[in-house]
Design a protein around this ligand. Structure first.
Ligand code: 5GP
Length: 118
């Protein structure tokens, strides 16, 4: 939840174990879980547990080490659940399809050869 937000986002509530999710990886600052509406054979959301950043632009400016940790967790997941190759998507802004305003990466993997962007 950022200073401008009154309520925790759904991803913060998943991190707090208030809402169930199929968790696949976790570090002290990052949590990863299967997307509820998968768009690929492997579709995992990787997100900080704390809600200080709305999107990847804010995260990159405010905590680049945490951004690097998100990427590292994404790499590990793609290695464990697929062949190690993956697409990493950060929807940034409502017009770009962002619906949860708590920075997160979509890890998409497995059989993406025919998939178009978007
Ligand atoms: P965005 O559109 O913000 O980039 O991505 C939000 C993603 O969160 C969507 O792919 C959506 O399916 C997923 N999502 C929304 N609510 C839940 C939920 O309660 N549980 C899980 N696991 N994923 C969710």
């Amino acid at each position: 939840m950022t200073a401008a937000q009154a309520e925790p986002t759904i991803f913060e509530r998943i991190a707090a174990r208030e809402i169930p999710a199929s968790i696949v990886a976790e570090t002290a600052r990052v949590i990863a879980f299967h997307d509820i509406a998968p768009q690929a054979p492997v579709h995992v959301v990787v997100t900080p547990k704390a809600g200080d950043y709305r999107d990847v632009v804010e995260l990159a400016a405010g905590d680049p080490d945490l951004l690097a940790e998100l990427v590292s967790v994404a790499r590990d997941i793609a290695g464990e659940l697929a062949d190690g190759e993956f697409r990493l998507v950060f929807n940034t802004g409502a017009a770009a399809g962002q619906t949860v305003f708590h920075v997160h990466a979509h890890v998409l993997a497995g059989g993406l050869e025919e998939a178009s962007l978007g």
